[in-house]
Design a protein around this ligand. Structure first.
Ligand code: F6P
Length: 373
């Protein structure tokens, strides 16, 4: 029997981040008002193929979920689809999987599929689009590293968590006159480290976009000591390259084809301790940055993204990705957004502001002591 109302499908792919549920709620509530029924595919793209499946979504089932972390639909970054997409390469999805996904949408009467994801998941959405499936993309990642959009939801929440951690490390570091190294996420972009470092009063910020060395880092710590500040907070992005150019890996990424970054904080702490012969501690913030409720900013951005995704479907603008272009919410072709890493500009205003305050990026000697000037 034909469905009376057209249907919108929703899925969340890749690593979770705060704000996903706010997008889901906005799509369902916004879609409902335009006459659409909604259904959510479970565990990312896996929900489109046997045996995972889907669940109906109504304004009632999504009521008040916008403040909840995670995703009510579940997600995966190691499933049958994701494993086929490389970080900087395009690998064709198995045609049999594409055909099954396409037939699932047709059988269920889905006239528009909202794919909420990062670079990898949107790469899959692009292949769906090329295969004739009616997809629209919604960008998400705590890393803020997606092309085509000024920012992604999840980033503000991650920065808030990392800032809170720095606030807490500040008091214990000061009490014990220690150097504390905080390792934050962000993959190959330094956005989280930079913004949390500024907001949380970091003294040294090490990011992938700025080459640094231990000599300058230790000189910055000694300069603080000469000014009577016996403690130092170092924020290091997980993707920051060591002076020899290497990144530090926590694993090979298993079936995902992507390396798992992690461990640079310990390496940095160990080398500072060795060079300065003093107590240094490393803290890895890890998935705390991805969990928990979204900030107000992320709730609002995610809600706008969800509402705009429904608009794109309603207007038949498939193959587009919702994006933030302040002060507007707009869209770009998914193909233009994927595989274009958005990185920190070393000459950008945030880096300049940090330098103006005396924050070291480990790339140049500290200014002479004020007494010597
Ligand atoms: O892309 C989001 C992110 O949290 C990165 O910052 C981090 O490198 C990665 O995902 C961790 O992935 P997983 O949860 O699979 O360990």
């Amino acid at each position: 029997m034909p469905h009376r109302r057209p249907r919108i499908g929703i899925l969340t792919g890749g690593g979770d981040c705060p704000g996903l549920n706010a997008v889901i709620r906005a799509v369902v509530k916004g879609g409902h008002r335009l006459g659409y029924e909604c259904l959510g595919f479970l565990r990312g793209y896996e929900g489109l193929v046997h045996p995972v499946g889907w669940t109906p979504l109504t304004p009632d089932t999504v009521a008040n979920i916008h403040g909840q972390g995670g995703t009510i639909l579940g997600s995966s970054n190691s499933g049958r689809f994701t494993a086929l997409v490389g970080e900087n390469e395009r690998v064709a999805i198995d045609p049999a999987l594409l055909a099954e996904a396409s037939s699932t949408l047709a059988k269920l009467g889905v006239c528009g599929l909202v794919c909420i994801g990062g670079d990898g998941s949107l790469g899959i959405a692009q292949q769906f689009h090329e295969h004739g499936m009616p997809v629209v993309g919604v960008p998400k990642t705590i890393d803020n590293d997606l092309g085509g959009t000024a920012t992604t939801f999840g980033f503000d929440s991650a920065v808030a968590t990392a800032t809170d951690a720095l606030d807490r490390l500040h008091t214990t570091a000061a009490s014990h006159e220690r150097v504390m190294v905080l390792e934050v996420m962000g993959r190959h972009a330094g956005w989280i480290a930079l913004h949390a470092g500024i907001a949380g009063g970091g003294d040294v910020i090490l990011i992938p976009e700025i080459a640094w060395d231990f000599g300058h880092v230790c000189a910055a710590i000694r300069a603080r000591e000469r000014e009577g500040k016996a403690f130092t907070l170092v924020v290091v992005a997980e993707g920051a390259r060591l002076p020899d150019g290497a990144t530090v890996h926590a694993g090979d990424g298993g079936k995902r084809r992507q390396v798992r970054l992690g461990g640079v904080g310990e390496t940095v702490a160990g080398e500072i301790a060795r060079r300065l012969d003093r107590e240094v501690r490393a803290v890895v913030l890890g998935h705390l940055q991805r969990g928990g409720p979204p900030t107000v900013f992320d709730r609002v951005l995610a809600t706008q993204f969800g509402a705009h995704a429904v608009r794109l479907i309603h207007e038949g603008r498939f193959g587009e990705m919702v994006c933030s272009r302040p002060p507007d919410i707009a869209s770009v072709p998914i193909a233009e957004a994927i595989r274009r890493l958005s990185c920190v500009d070393p000459a950008g205003s945030a880096v300049l502001a940090a330098r103006a305050l005396g924050i070291s990026f480990g790339d140049e000697p500290p200014l002479p002591d004020s007494a010597d000037r």
